[in-house]
Design a binder for this molecule. Sequence first.
Ligand SMILES: [Zn+2]
Length: 188
Amino acid sequence: MSGYETLASTKILNVRCAICGRLLRNPLSLEVAIGPECRERSGYDTVQVPPEAVEEANMLIRQVADLRRGPTVQEACARLFALGFTRLSAILFERFVKVVVQREENDRLTVKVGPPHAPTHSSTLAAVPGYIYDRERKLSVYPFSSKEHLWAALRELYPGEKLLNTDGRLLTIPWPKRKADGFGDVPY
Ligand SMILES: [Zn+2]
């Protein structure tokens, strides 16, 4: 086998399950970008929707599996929910998003973190200046002026996890900086 063939076949077969990340092999799994076990537990196999909805859902799932193109995870999950793939939508969203940061009109940042929480989750988030806990929405609220402190807290608590940013894009939270290095670039 030549080097070119090896490269080409690796590229074609390098499709991973959008839910568990395992490499996919069979044609149906490749078509949907979800393996058989994950199709079953996400309700994909049993959902009753018209063929057009299945076709659109397949396209969205493939785009979620390959985040370099297509809509953001949030948009794709909202659309999958609307198409009737409710359980799949929730599973995909949880898999890809740990922390959701949103900017509200009154110049405040809201932060929602999915379980499981780090042992120092509550104390670290509460130590960020201007912290308010919104009981009704179950999220932390901060003045925008606390953005650097909040970013440092998230890096300390959840490095390596996915954050859905204020612009709807996903990013990976980097490892904490040493205090002497300052805060680094704040993405929101
Ligand atoms: Zn899977």
